[in-house]
Write a protein that binds this ligand. Structure first.
Ligand code: NAG
Ligand code: NAG
Ligand code: NAG
Length: 299
C-alpha cells in the first residue's frame, strides 16, 4: 500500500523503492529545496531532487550524464496566468531541453508546453510550444527568439481562460490556441486542473537539428536557472472542489472578464509580427505530416 502511494507521487523513486525502502525514505521523500524565493512553498522536486540547487533567489536545475530533473507544483489549477523567469543552459546546450509547462495528472491529460531546444555554441535556441487536450498533442510550433535566452533571465508565461490559451515571452504573445470546440468540434482543456512544472532533460534523439547533433557530455553539467515564480490561477482540487462553484465563470477572476473574451487589436498585431519574424515551424502548415490538416487549423 505504502509503495503504491509512493509510486504515484515519485515515479523515478518508485524504482528504487522496490529494492530499498529505507534508502528511498532518506533520498526521495525528505529533500526539499529551502528558500529559493518561495519555490518550496509552491513546488517540490518530483524527479532527481539531488539535481536541484538553491542559490539566492534562483532554483538551478542540473542535467548530467546520470540524470536530468524536474519539479511540479504542490497544488493544481484551472485557468489563470502563470509565469516564471528562466536563464537557459549556456554555451554548448545541444541535445538538452529545458521545459516550463502545465499538465494535468492521469491518462487523457491536458498539457501546455514551453520547450527550449538547446543548440551548439553560438547557434540559436528554438522555443517549441505544444498543446495537448485529452491525451492528444501533435500541435507543435517553433519560434526563434529576439534575444539570447542564455545571457539573462526572461519571463515566460502561460495565460489560460475558457476562450483561449496564450504563450507569452517577455509579455509578447507568441502563440494563441483558441477554443473552437463549438465551431470546429476540437476539444479544449477546461475540465482538468493542471500542475505547473519545469524540467531539464536529455532529448538528443530529436531536439537539436532534428537529432543530428547529440549532447556532448564533456560539457556537462548543463544548468538552467529558474526564479520569480508567479501563479495567479484558480486553485482547484478535483477530489474536494466543485469546478463550477470554485473556478466557474461568475466573473470573480480577472481572466473571466469580458475584456479577456477575445485577443484584442494590440495582441493580434504582436502575433502577426512574431509570425512574420520568428515563426520557424507551424504544424498547421505541415501538409507532409498531415494528409488532412487538423480541424483547428482550418478557418
Ligand atoms: C477523451 O478521450 C477518450 C479516449 O481516449 C474518449 O473516450 C473521450 O470521449 C474523450 N473526451 C473528450 C471530452 O473528448
Ligand atoms: C540550431 O542551429 C541551427 C543552425 O543555426 C539551426 O538550423 C537550428 O534551427 C537551431 N536550433 C535547433 C533546435 O536545432
Ligand atoms: C565534445 O567537447 C569536447 C571538449 O570541448 C571536444 O573536444 C569534443 O570534440 C566534443 N565532441 C564532439 C562529438 O563534438
Amino acid at each position: 500500500m505504502r509503495t503504491q502511494m509512493v509510486i504515484s507521487k515519485w515515479p523515478l523513486c518508485s524504482l528504487i523503492a522496490l529494492t530499498a525502502m529505507s534508502w528511498l525514505w532518506s533520498s526521495c521523500m525528505v529533500p526539499r529545496v529551502a528558500g529559493c524565493d518561495g519555490f518550496d512553498e509552491l513546488f517540490q522536486p518530483n524527479w532527481a531532487p539531488e539535481h536541484f540547487k538553491c542559490e539566492g533567489d534562483q532554483t538551478k536545475l542540473t542535467l548530467d550524464s546520470s540524470s536530468g530533473c524536474g519539479f511540479g507544483s504542490r497544488k493544481t489549477y484551472l485557468f489563470g496566468l502563470t509565469s516564471v523567469q528562466i536563464k537557459l543552459v549556456q554555451g554548448d546546450s545541444a541535445g538538452t531541453v529545458t521545459a516550463f509547462y502545465m499538465s494535468s495528472d492521469g491518462p487523457n491529460h491536458d498539457e501546455l508546453d514551453f520547450e527550449f531546444l538547446g543548440n551548439q555554441s553560438g547557434e540559436p535556441y528554438l522555443v517549441q510550444t505544444n498543446v495537448y487536450v485529452n491525451g492528444t498533442g501533435d500541435r507543435e510550433q517553433r519560434h526563434s527568439l529576439w534575444f539570447d535566452p542564455t545571457s539573462d533571465f526572461h519571463t515566460y508565461s502561460l495565460f489560460w481562460n475558457r476562450h483561449y490559451i496564450m504563450f507569452l515571452v517577455d509579455k509578447t504573445s507568441i502563440r494563441v490556441f483558441t477554443n473552437v470546440e463549438e465551431s470546429h468540434g476540437v476539444p479544449y482543456p477546461k475540465n482538468q486542473p493542471m500542475r505547473v512544472r519545469g524540467s531539464v532533460w536529455n532529448a538528443d534523439d530529436w531536439a537539436t537539428q532534428g537529432g543530428r547533433v547529440k549532447t556532448n557530455w564533456s560539457h556537462s553539467p548543463f544548468i538552467s536557472s529558474f526564479r520569480s515564480f508567479d501563479i495567479d490561477a484558480c486553485e482547484l482540487s478535483l477530489e474536494t472542489d466543485d469546478i463550477v462553484t470554485k473556478c466557474g465563470q461568475l466573473g470573480q477572476y480577472w481572466w473571466d472578464k469580458p475584456s479577456f473574451d477575445e485577443l484584442g487589436r494590440h495582441r493580434s498585431r504582436q502575433l502577426k509580427w512574431v509570425r512574420k519574424k520568428h515563426l520557424v515551424y507551424n504544424y498547421c502548415e505541415d501538409k507532409l505530416r498531415f494528409s488532412e490538416l487538423p480541424k483547428e487549423c482550418v478557418d
